[in-house]
Design a binder for this molecule. Structure first.
Ligand SMILES: [Zn+2]
Length: 113
């Protein structure tokens, strides 16, 4: 089992705790989910063979809680290793992918000449 903690940006009220936990527990592969309103965070235990942090983040976003991994920002699509910085996986050399869906990209800058 892997463990991950996620920051949740807008956990409006204490009622959000069970809602967010339920959303996480619905994800196949998640075995434990504990959401803390005071800490605005979620702690999840999951089977890395079945689910990855990106799916956990997506599950929370789907019920209205924008979330982001507390530690890792990038994930290896091959071995699911998580990293703080972009680059290549230390284990299998695969190019890491951002876990959080990228926000609107800055408009492509037109080359000024
Ligand atoms: Zn890897």
């Amino acid at each position: 089992m892997e463990r991950a903690s996620l920051n949740i940006d807008k956990l409006g009220t204490k009622d959000a705790e069970p809602k967010a936990e339920a959303a996480l527990l619905k994800v196949p592969g998640v075995t434990k989910a504990k959401v803390s309103y005071p800490k605005q965070s979620a702690f999840v235990e999951y089977d890395p063979a079945r689910v990855n942090i990106g799916k956990l983040v997506a599950a929370l976003q789907a019920v209205g809680f924008p979330a982001s991994p507390t530690q890792a920002r990038y994930i290896c699509p091959t071995c699911q290793g998580t990293y703080q910085a972009a680059g290549a996986c230390l284990i299998c050399q695969t190019t890491l992918q951002p876990i959080q869906p990228e926000k609107a990209k800055p408009a492509a800058k037109k080359a000024k000449r």
